[in-house]
Design a protein around this ligand. Structure first.
Ligand code: ZN
Length: 179
């Protein structure tokens, strides 16, 4: 690009009349020398692929995408449950649980619910992010971490099952991840 500035003072045998053939790097999109074995910008290796022949497409299964959606749902369920915990008033709890028997005060119970809710919400957020990574089939390890947290979030209990199925699908489709 910057090489195209023509300086009449340099004119002579030094400059080639035609710019050397270039091509667009399939990886980063920048212009690179036609004959280069690897992209100098992003390091994409061209030695395996013959010119004019498309690189063999890796078979990419939909399993991580399905698993990612399930992890995402489990994460959202955990998030929702966390919000519910935090919003829960321990006063309402008193109707179905005998607090004297549990030996906790109302304010203690409120604190416990709030803390549990906050933890579950964090698990849910990590689960949602992991689900998104799985859906775009990137960062396998982060998708797995998200899957694990989406299970630990126990979103309304079913979230744990949904998250586990999602995590299994992500593992089965591991080869379809980019990284
Ligand atoms: Zn490149």
């Amino acid at each position: 690009m910057g090489e195209s500035v023509s300086d009449p003072a340099v004119a002579g045998g030094q400059q080639q009349p035609d710019a050397p053939p270039t091509r667009q790097c399939v990886s980063c999109g920048r212009r690179i020398d036609w004959n280069s074995n690897a992209c100098p910008y992003c390091g994409h290796d061209y030695r395996m692929a013959q010119p004019g022949q498309a690189a063999p497409q890796k078979e990419r299964s939909m399993l991580p995408v399905i698993g990612g959606v399930l992890i995402l749902i489990a994460g959202l369920a955990a998030l929702g449950m966390g919000v519910a915990f935090m919003a829960f008033d321990a006063q309402d709890f008193e109707d179905w649980v005998d607090l004297d028997e549990l030996d906790v005060s109302l304010s203690e119970l409120d604190d416990i619910l709030f803390t549990c809710g906050a933890v579950v919400m964090v698990f849910g957020v990590i689960g949602v992010l992991g689900g998104v990574f799985a859906i775009v089939r990137k960062h396998f390890s982060l998708a797995v971490v998200g899957g694990i947290f989406s299970i630990l979030g126990l979103g309304f209990v079913v979230g744990a099952v949904v998250g586990l199925i999602g995590l299994i699908l992500v593992f089965v489709g591991r080869s379809s991840f980019n990284e």
